[in-house]
Design a protein around this ligand. Structure first.
Ligand SMILES: *[C@@H]1O[C@H](CO)[C@@H](O)[C@H](O)[C@H]1NC(C)=O
Ligand SMILES: *[C@@H]1O[C@H](CO)[C@@H](O)[C@H](O)[C@H]1NC(C)=O
Ligand SMILES: *[C@@H]1O[C@H](CO)[C@@H](O)[C@H](O)[C@H]1NC(C)=O
Ligand SMILES: *[C@@H]1O[C@H](CO)[C@@H](O)[C@H](O)[C@H]1NC(C)=O
Ligand SMILES: *[C@@H]1O[C@H](CO)[C@@H](O)[C@H](O)[C@H]1NC(C)=O
Ligand SMILES: *[C@@H]1O[C@H](CO)[C@@H](O)[C@H](O)[C@H]1NC(C)=O
Length: 378
């Protein structure tokens, strides 16, 4: 009896192991297919993706970089995009910003072979600037090209000149609007913390900025009673109770994971878990698929990309501090996207539970690709 039960155990473990690797491998092969679809929208002249906007381009690029980090077969597309976008995209900057007035020596940075000029990536919306900083950091992570990191440093340097709001610290949404929102400050946190782990000579400086942002953010009331993060603050600096967007529950997770790496403190990951769990309670359906509240109206033009940003950062938290709940959410969302939210051209639309419906564009598609990449990384 003992013998036969042992015999039974071995194949069970083997099939469990196979099941695990198959799920990630299947997600990887689906992500490869979805990457090729995404590139149908890539415009080599503009260096951006037709059908979506300037800041969405930064997120398309980040998704591609994240896939290349775990799948060498995506590397050729990724390096082509980084190189071409670096040269071409600045001409499409919709609104080169007044923050270029804050231009200074630190912002005219030069790479080893490529000249990089961070001012060209600023567009008068500090959140947009932050997306590009993170995109160039993701490109640096897979290529180790110093120019990409220097570009991110230059963008961050411009953002620091916006520090200080009517609520004390933090940065406002843009140079002409005093609205203080969560995303802009989460991007500031995440960029500072990423740079702290990548630029040894300025580690202390970037760590100080990341801590300063997080301490202010956590004390300021962006985080609601149940642990989710609302859109922003009222003029009196209290939580405005506005929409719990998925991306606001995401960027902060990546920021805290990086900050914890730069300056370990158990409270950072505890806070990240608290936010992630609250977000899942609020945003996941009974099948474990993530939603934003705008889906019945298509979420256009911007919010079509939000959920992928949540998944990208949730998997970072899962890697740093695993939790089966995160794994289930990532797997369920990725599986549902492929089975329920895809058309015959392998385009992916905004409601991950399905059914597929128009409009589909590079924004909704890249967001779903983020979920596939997250599942491939598990
Ligand atoms: C590609 O980008 C260029 C430059 O911005 C633009 O003129 C052209 O219309 C774009 N192509 C398509 C198909 O949208
Ligand atoms: C980068 O892009 C430019 C312009 O499109 C091209 O001339 C150059 O050969 C590319 N370099 C690499 C390394 O791909
Ligand atoms: C950098 O770009 C900005 C904005 O396009 C421009 O005003 C400035 O002259 C550029 N600086 C350099 C050194 O090329
Ligand atoms: C970071 O470095 C910049 C430029 O050297 C300096 O102006 C700033 O005061 C430093 N900030 C912190 C928080 O150390
Ligand atoms: C860890 O972070 C918390 C919250 O920011 C802070 O109160 C505490 O002093 C930090 N602990 C250490 C050892 O730095
Ligand atoms: C948490 O609070 C937000 C409002 O700030 C609300 O939209 C959300 O439904 C709440 N989540 C849960 C699980 O109650």
């Amino acid at each position: 009896m003992l013998f036969s039960s042992r015999c039974l155990l071995a194949p069970t473990l083997l099939s469990l192991f196979l099941a695990e690797s198959t799920v990630a491998d299947q997600a990887k092969s689906r992500a490869q297919t979805a990457l090729s679809t995404l590139q149908d929208w890539y415009n080599s002249t503009s260096g951006l993706w037709d059908t979506c906007g300037w800041w969405n381009g930064a997120n398309c690029m980040t998704t591609i970089a994240d896939l290349a980090a775990l799948d060498p077969s995506a590397m050729e597309t990724a390096t082509y995009v980084f190189n071409n976008t670096l040269i071409r995209a600045p001409a499409s900057n919709p609104h080169p910003g007044p923050e270029t007035k804050a231009n200074n020596k630190r912002m005219a940075l030069w790479g080893r072979s490529n000249a990089v000029n961070a001012s060209q990536w600023l567009d008068s919306a500090y959140d947009d600037d932050g997306w590009w900083a993170l995109a160039w950091i993701a490109a640096y992570d897979v290529t180790k090209k110093p120019a990409y990191l220097q570009l991110a440093e230059g963008i961050f340097s411009a953002l620091t000149s916006a520090w200080g709001t009517q609520c004390g610290g933090g940065i406002p949404w843009n140079p002409t609007d005093k609205y203080v929102n969560a995303i802009t400050n989460e991007l500031f946190l995440s960029t500072a913390a990423h740079l702290a782990n990548r630029v040894p000579s300025r580690k202390a400086n970037y760590t100080t900025w990341a801590k300063r942002e997080w301490d202010w953010f956590a004390a300021q009331g962006f985080i609601g009673d149940n642990g989710t993060i609302n859109d922003g603050l009222l003029d009196n600096c209290k939580n405005n109770g506005d929409t719990v967007w998925s991306y606001n529950q995401g960027v902060v997770l990546g920021g805290l994971v990086e900050l914890n790496k730069a300056a370990p403190n158990h409270t950072y990951l505890e806070s990240a878990h608290h936010i992630a769990k609250a977000a899942i309670k609020t945003l996941a359906d009974s099948n474990g698929v993530i939603h934003d509240s705008c889906e019945s109206d298509n979420c256009a033009p911007d919010a079509t990309q939000f959920k992928g940003i949540f998944m990208r950062n949730l998997v970072k938290l899962h890697k740093a501090s695993p939790d089966d709940v995160y794994k289930r959410i990532i797997e369920s969302s990725a599986k549902s996207i492929w089975e329920n939210d895809r058309n015959s051209k392998n385009q992916l639309s905004v409601n991950w539970a399905g059914p597929f419906h128009q409009p589909v564009d590079a924004s909704s598609h890249s967001s779903a690709l983020d979920a596939l990449v997250a599942a491939a990384a598990l």
